[in-house]
Design a protein around this ligand. Structure first.
Ligand SMILES: [Fe+2]
Ligand SMILES: [Fe+2]
Length: 343
């Protein structure tokens, strides 16, 4: 099975996983063959990706960092929070519901067997704020887990990451987008159930080690290490999505850029944890190689940019043919992944 953007799923495809709505209610069972009408209905319900049966992915074990019920719950709560804003009537109850879910999210990432963690929602093709926020939280938790950084505060980290862009829409509406960390912080600063650490993460997620960030231009020791982790996770996820009119970029380019920011924008150790924690090409992703051939990622290996691959011989889903290769082995070591394909 493979996870695809709903825009890439064709009628006739078979669901490999059940689909739930934001309240945890079953919408469609695993094994259902999807009609065009059902696909439209799922899109209208806010479903953005689907797990689909694909014979070419036989034997490839996907990694699901977040339980589907937790995922749909978090996306539902974030959607409600962001659409009604900090002044909305249900803001406080939504905030507290998200705090509970952040604890579940942190324990799920902590319990994951895989040493590297892919995004929660992949591909991140549609840069919607709830999906962005969940992906940032998963990457930040993965970094903290790998680096063994303050894991006892992982719930506060998860909640800070989920809330990091809470002030984005109101700040944009005021014509002051760079002020959004302050607007988000103001919305939660008086809530006694939300930890000081979560509040600091929201306020500092765009500050940078060398003082080049905003809103305060803090530097060095003045930045909380977990706020730096969220800042780095945010930079990575935003570049993958393509933000503010820029095109989505391939993971290897972004990884190189982030490696180069060590010691300047981000602490070396944080960059090192990130490099060891992320799985930029999750099992099941379809990639294009420099040779022009297409392949499916088979698993996760020690080098993030060179995962084991299944080279697809031809684009025929009925009688698929393939060859399983290692990108590091003789005959293949000059081939590199150049992009992730939508299907
Ligand atoms: Fe932000
Ligand atoms: Fe963000």
């Amino acid at each position: 099975m493979r996870r695809l953007s709903i825009l890439s799923v064709r009628p006739g495809a078979v669901l490999a996983h059940p689909v739930y709505d934001g309240r945890g209610r079953l919408v469609l069972r695993a094994g259902s063959e999807l009609s065009g009408h059902q696909l439209e209905r799922l899109q209208a319900l806010g479903i953005r990706t689907l797990w689909i049966v694909d014979p070419r992915a036989e034997g490839i074990e996907p990694i699901e960092p977040v339980n589907p019920l937790t995922e749909s719950r978090i996306l539902h709560v974030l959607h409600a929070m962001f659409s009604q804003g900090p002044d909305g009537p249900d803001f406080t109850s939504l905030l507290h519901a998200l705090r509970e879910a952040a604890g579940d999210l942190a324990s799920q990432i902590g319990a994951l067997q895989s040493p590297r963690v892919p995004l929660a929602v992949y591909p991140p093709a549609l840069p919607e704020l709830p999906v962005h926020s969940l992906n940032v939280a998963v990457v930040a938790l993965a970094c903290a887990r790998t680096g063994g950084r303050m894991w006892d505060r992982s719930r506060d980290l998860a909640l800070g990451a989920l809330l990091h862009d809470l002030g984005r829409a109101p700040a944009l509406a005021r014509g002051e987008p760079a002020y959004h960390p302050v607007v988000g912080w103001q919305a939660i600063k008086d809530d006694v159930l939300i930890s000081a650490l979560t509040k600091v993460i929201v306020l500092q997620h765009h500050e940078r080690l060398d003082g080049s960030g905003y809103p305060a231009g803090l530097r060095g020791q003045d930045l909380h290490p977990l706020a730096q982790i969220v800042g780095l996770a945010d930079a990575y996820v935003a570049s993958l999505e393509g933000r503010d009119g820029s095109k989505p970029r391939p993971p290897h380019e972004i990884l190189e850029e982030i490696m180069g920011s060590g010691g300047f924008e981000f602490d070396y150790d944080v960059v090192d944890d990130f490099y060891r924690a992320v799985a930029p090409y999750p099992p099941g992703a379809m990639v294009l190689l420099s040779s022009g051939r297409k392949g499916l990622v088979r698993g996760i290996d020690r080098l993030p940019g060179r995962p084991p691959l299944r080279l697809l011989a031809e684009d025929d889903e009925k009688s698929p043919q393939w060859e399983d290769i290692e990108l590091l082995s003789p005959g293949h070591q000059t081939e590199v992944i150049v992009s992730v394909l939508p299907e």
